[in-house]
Design a protein around this ligand. Structure first.
Ligand SMILES: Nc1ncnc2c1ncn2[C@@H]1O[C@H](COP(=O)(O)OP(=O)(O)O)[C@@H](O)[C@H]1O
Ligand SMILES: [Mg+2]
Length: 289
C-alpha cells in the first residue's frame, strides 16, 4: 500500500491541478463486508437523488464480473471497462446515460471478459474522469468484501460509505472490513448507512454498537448518515428494473435515501474536500506521510 501510494503521489504531482469545471470531482466509495446488504440499490438511488438536487453524477459499477447497476437503472450497457482497457475505446463512449441523467460506467458482467481493476487501472479511470471535468460526484459501487480493489478505491475516494444491515453476520463482516481500513490507515472516519432496519431504535442500536467497537479497538470514527427501512417496495422496484426513488418516491426507503442525500450535500466537509488532483495528492501525503 505504501509503495502504491508513493506511485500515485508522483503521478498526481505531475498531473492536472484542476478539472475543466475548476471544482474537481467528489468521490464516494460504497462498500460492505457481507454481500447483498443493498450497496447497489443505495448507490443508484443516491445517484438519482443527488442528480435531482442539481449535481452531475456518475456511478462506477466496480463489482466487475457481477455488475448489475445497469439492471437496477433499467438501461443497457453494451460496453464496459474491459473495452476501455483492452480495445482502447474511450471512456465517453462507454458511459451510458440513465434515468434523470445519471451516468453509468459499467464494470461488465461477463466472467470470461473481466477486467481486474488494479491500482494503475483505478488511477487511470479516476484521472480521466477528473480531466473530463463533467461530473460533480462519482459514486463507486464496489463488490462485497475485503478485496484489494475495494481497499484501493477507498484510497482514491474522499469518503467511504459502509453499508450494512443490522444482522449480526453483516455487522461482523462490516467490522472486519473496517478493521482492514484501519490497519492500512486508509481512512480515519467512515460514513455508515444501516440498511433494512425494522425500526429506528434497532438501527440506532446497531450503529452505536459498531461505532463504539470501532472507536475502542480500531481508533476509527464512524458517522451515521442515515438509516434505510426494510421496505417491500425496494424489492418491487428491483423486479420492475426501476429505481425506487422514481417508481415509489413516497415510500419509506425513498424518503430515507432523500434524507441521506441531503445529509451528504449538507455535510460541512462537502465542499471542503472536493479535491483537484493536487489536493488528492496532499491528502495522500497526510495519510501515508
Ligand atoms: N431497504 C431495503 N428493503 C428491502 N429490501 C432491500 C432493501 N435494500 C436492499 N434490499 C434487497 O436486497 C437485495 C440486494 O440488494 P443489492 O443492492 O443488490 O445488494 P448488494 O449490492 O450489496 O449486493 C435487493 O435486490 C433487494 O431485494
Ligand atoms: Mg451490488
Amino acid at each position: 500500500m505504501l509503495d502504491q501510494a508513493s506511485k500515485l503521489r508522483a503521478l498526481v504531482d505531475n498531473g492536472n491541478e484542476k478539472t475543466q469545471n475548476g471544482q474537481g470531482i467528489k468521490i464516494y466509495s460504497v462498500a460492505s463486508g457481507k454481500g447483498g446488504v443493498g450497496k447497489t440499490n443505495f448507490s443508484v438511488n443516491l445517484a438519482i437523488k443527488l442528480q435531482q438536487m442539481g449535481k452531475r453524477v456518475l456511478v462506477l459499477d466496480a463489482d466487475v464480473g457481477l455488475s448489475n447497476a445497469n439492471i437496477l437503472l433499467g438501461i443497457n450497457t453494451p460496453l464496459n471497462l474491459f473495452n476501455l482497457f483492452n480495445e482502447g475505446i474511450s471512456l465517453k463512449d462507454i458511459i451510458v446515460t440513465g434515468p434523470e441523467g445519471v451516468d453509468l460506467l459499467s464494470g461488465g458482467s461477463d466472467l470470461f471478459n473481466m477486467e481486474i481493476l488494479d491500482y494503475d487501472k483505478q488511477q487511470t479511470i479516476i484521472n480521466e474522469l477528473s480531466s473530463i471535468g463533467v461530473y460533480d460526484i462519482l459514486i463507486i459501487d464496489n463488490g462485497a468484501g475485503i478485496s484489494r480493489e475495494s481497499l484501493t478505491f477507498a484510497i482514491f475516494a474522499h469518503e467511504l460509505i459502509l453499508v450494512t444491515t443490522p444482522e449480526p453476520t453483516a455487522i461482523t463482516d462490516a467490522y472486519s472490513y473496517l478493521k482492514a481500513i484501519s490497519i492500512y490507515k486508509l481512512k480515519d472516519k467512515v460514513k455508515v448507512v444501516i440498511n433494512q432496519v425494522p425500526d429506528i431504535v434497532s438501527g440506532e442500536e446497531s450503529f452505536n454498537k459498531l461505532a463504539l467497537t470501532c472507536q475502542k479497538f480500531l481508533k476509527l470514527e464512524l458517522e451515521n448518515i442515515g438509516f434505510i427501512f426494510n421496505d417491500i417496495r425496494v424489492n418491487k422496484a428491483v423486479m420492475d428494473q426501476q429505481p425506487i426513488v422514481l417508481k415509489y418516491p413516497n415510500s419509506l426507503a425513498s424518503k430515507n435515501i432523500s434524507q441521506i442525500s441531503n445529509n451528504i450535500l449538507n455535510d460541512k466537509n462537502y465542499n471542503f474536500n472536493v479535491s483537484s488532483l493536487k489536493q488528492l495528492s496532499n491528502r495522500l501525503r497526510k495519510i501515508f506521510g
